[in-house]
Design a binder for this molecule. Structure first.
Ligand SMILES: C[S@@+](CC[C@H](N)C(=O)[O-])C[C@H]1O[C@@H](n2cnc3c(N)ncnc32)[C@H](O)[C@@H]1O
Length: 295
């Protein structure tokens, strides 16, 4: 099913949580010189115009990045995330929002590698075009040689399938982001199956799964299934900005489930999540959950 377009949701509260966490996971990997790989199995378009038809339709960014844009009291990890979004908007007006591929490209170093999968024929073209522009811009600024070899590669195709061939990565250091649309409920099962397989190929990899925390059974069960995969350790964080709507529609709650998280993540989130609840929450039902475990 390929009706999902992330542009409708760009910059919403779920993107804030997801992108802030990804940046911190990459920062941790970047503490060692050895190269790491980021594999984004569901990349989307890479960059979104917030004044475009899709993003402005429901203005979902009003539930997320817009509430953080002018804050002067951001905790460090959120400041780093907002600064990254600001770097895409040098005029100071919030016009563009970075997807996970752009966030990753900004944080990775010359020696690191980014592998992007996208199945939607239109999205993947936009993604390729966005990276062509980024490369041209970096080359024009003298930041990077125009021919950068295989630093970033866009794969047209199924990320669930494509992941297998990339594991384990040569440097044995990687972050895998799995962020499917979940419009097709089989995505929930695919995520658990693909991770079980990935852990056999590369048990020490860091895996980050975004998921919608909805009322439907598949959604409620996903974190429980992931806890039982047998990874050495796991962390689950979710953010609800209000209670569920009476008709069950809309995304009010979402989470990031991380297998083999860095030890630094939990204390950082413990400090930061109350701030996010405070600033993004719209009623008394706003809350976060933060839990972790070891196998
Ligand atoms: C939630 S969006 C990704 C957003 C992106 N990760 C970000 O944070 O900016 C999910 C994307 O996955 C794509 N997609 C759906 N099924 C896929 C599959 N099996 N393999 C690769 N991409 C897929 C959709 O076209 C959509 O662009």
């Amino acid at each position: 099913m390929l009706s999902y377009r992330h542009a409708f949701h760009a910059g919403n509260h779920a993107d804030v949580l997801k992108h802030m966490v990804i940046i911190q996971l990459m920062r941790y990997l970047g503490q060692k010189d050895t190269a790491y790989m980021v594999i984004d199995t569901h990349a989307g378009a890479g960059v979104y115009a917030l004044d475009g038809d899709y993003a402005s339709k429901n203005a979902e960014y009003d539930t997320g990045i817009a509430k953080l844009w002018d804050r002067k009291d951001l905790p460090p990890a959120l400041k780093e995330y907002v600064d990254l979004v600001r770097s895409l908007n040098p005029s100071g007006k919030m016009r563009y929002y970075p997807g996970s591929p752009y966030c990753a490209e900004k944080v990775m170093r010359e020696q690191d590698r980014l592998r992007l999968f996208e199945l939607h024929p239109t999205e993947v073209k936009v993604l390729e075009e966005n990276f062509r522009k980024l490369e041209a811009h970096a080359a024009a600024q003298g930041q990077r040689p125009a021919a950068r070899g295989k630093r970033v590669m866009v794969h047209r195709g199924d990320g669930f399938q494509g992941l297998k061939a990339l594991l384990p990565p040569p440097s044995r250091r990687a972050l895998v982001l799995i962020d499917p649309p979940y419009e097709d409920k089989r995505d929930y099962t695919h995520v658990a199956q693909v991770l079980a397989d990935a852990l056999t190929r590369f048990p020490t990899g860091m895996y980050a799964v975004w998921y919608p925390a909805l009322q439907r059974n598949e959604s409620r069960q996903l974190p429980e299934r992931l806890k039982r995969l047998g990874a050495k350790s796991w962390l689950n964080v979710s953010l609800a900005i209000h209670g569920p709507a009476p008709d069950g529609f809309g995304l009010h709650n979402s989470g990031m489930f991380i297998l083999n998280p860095p030890w630094t993540l939990e204390p950082m989130l413990r400090e930061l999540m109350p701030y996010l609840v405070d600033v993004l929450g719209v009623d008394d039902s706003a809350e976060f959950v933060l839990e972790s475990g070891e196998t």
